[in-house]
Design a protein around this ligand. Structure first.
Ligand SMILES: Nc1ncnc2c1ncn2[C@@H]1O[C@H](COP(=O)(O)OP(=O)(O)OP(=O)(O)O)[C@@H](O)[C@H]1O
Ligand SMILES: [Mg+2]
Length: 298
């Protein structure tokens, strides 16, 4: 007991949601990263490509962004970036590497963490390891504006944890009916578990703005009717062969083909998001401590 128990009590109290606890000694609000979970109902709709290129665009706008590959089954953000991730969360949790050593640098120096096999361990940590992990990740979190988690598709226990703990959840869908119904199913399950969850829609692979709008409207109408839930649309990314070409070259499409339609769309979407999210952040200053507390609650 003794030292470890005291440290744990300190951790638990420091993870409280009371906003006053998030103020520093000068009384000003501590800077805290905004946590975004990117997810989808159906797999293969473009989450990882969206996360990576969205992060790069936010970074271009001067925001500090960290990408965390939280797809337990098939982590592949590093493949999309053409970077081989040597270390992941597993090495951190096993005390083989420090947090700064497992953060790797992608294109345009985008920092990212590969979850890898450490992700499953994350949910069954001993109290001592939990304390260690929390301290390590908090150190980087206060330096960031946004932390983007690229989650796996569908409704695994772990993905649901990430979504319900995040400040907001970006749901990616395509115009295909199967993607639409799966996106709605995901929203419904998460909403039933956590009424306060905030969702935003991104329609990927739309042929044009009209198809994107129609796709979003289908999900919004059903969510409004059956869940009394408003799901704002963040934007759309066009169906564009440059995306697949960039994937084959293992370079993010916004870097490889900056003038392609998909790149223009993601630029527009990111700049709108960067403006709107100031309001979301002001409205829900949950911050990183609340995120870790919820994510790893026993
Ligand atoms: N806007 C787009 N236009 C054309 N093709 C796209 C677009 N977005 C994604 N794709 C295609 O879909 C493929 C899958 O994309 P991605 O890996 O980002 O999906 P995902 O949702 O992360 O998949 P998973 O569920 O397996 O994690 C890409 O390799 C690319 O070929
Ligand atoms: Mg993916």
């Amino acid at each position: 007991m003794s030292d470890q128990a005291a440290a744990l009590r300190e951790l638990i109290s420091s993870l409280g949601t009371d906003p006053s606890r998030q103020r520093d000694s000068s009384g000003t609000q501590e800077k805290t990263a905004h946590i975004i979970a990117v997810t989808s109902g159906k797999g293969g709709v473009g989450k990882s490509n969206f996360t990576l290129n969205f992060a790069l665009e936010l970074q271009k706008l001067g925001r500090k962004v960290l990408v965390f590959d939280a797809d337990i089954g098939m982590a592949n953000i590093d493949v999309l970036m053409g970077v081989r991730s040597q270390y992941n969360l597993f090495h951190l949790l096993n005390r083989e590497k420090s947090m700064s050593e497992i953060i790797q640098s992608g294109p345009n120096s985008l920092p990212f963490i590969a979850g890898g096999s450490g992700l499953t361990e994350l949910f069954s940590l001993s109290e001592e390891d939990l304390l260690y992990f929390t301290r390590q990740i908090e150190e980087i979190a206060h330096d960031m504006d946004y932390i983007l988690f690229d989650t796996g598709a569908g409704l695994s226990k772990e993905t649901i944890r990430f979504i319900t703990a995040a400040d907001e959840c970006i749901v990616v869908t395509t115009p295909e009916p199967t993607a639409i119904t799966d996106a709605y199913a995901l929203v419904k399950v998460v909403h039933d578990l956590e009424h306060a969850a905030l969702f935003r829609l991104v329609v990927n692979r739309a042929v044009d703005r009209r198809e994107a709008q129609q796709t979003a409207d289908k999900i919004r109408l059903v969510a409004e009717k059956f869940l009394h839930l408003d799901i704002p649309v963040l934007g759309h990314v066009s169906d564009d062969p440059h995306v697949s070409q960039a994937v084959k070259k293992q370079t993010p499409f916004s870097i490889r083909f900056p003038n392609s339609q998909a790149s223009k769309d993601i630029q527009e979407l990111a700049s709108r998001y960067a403006q709107q999210s100031l309001q979301v952040r002001a409205d829900s200053p949950k911050g990183f401590k609340s995120f870790v507390r919820k994510l790893l609650k026993r």
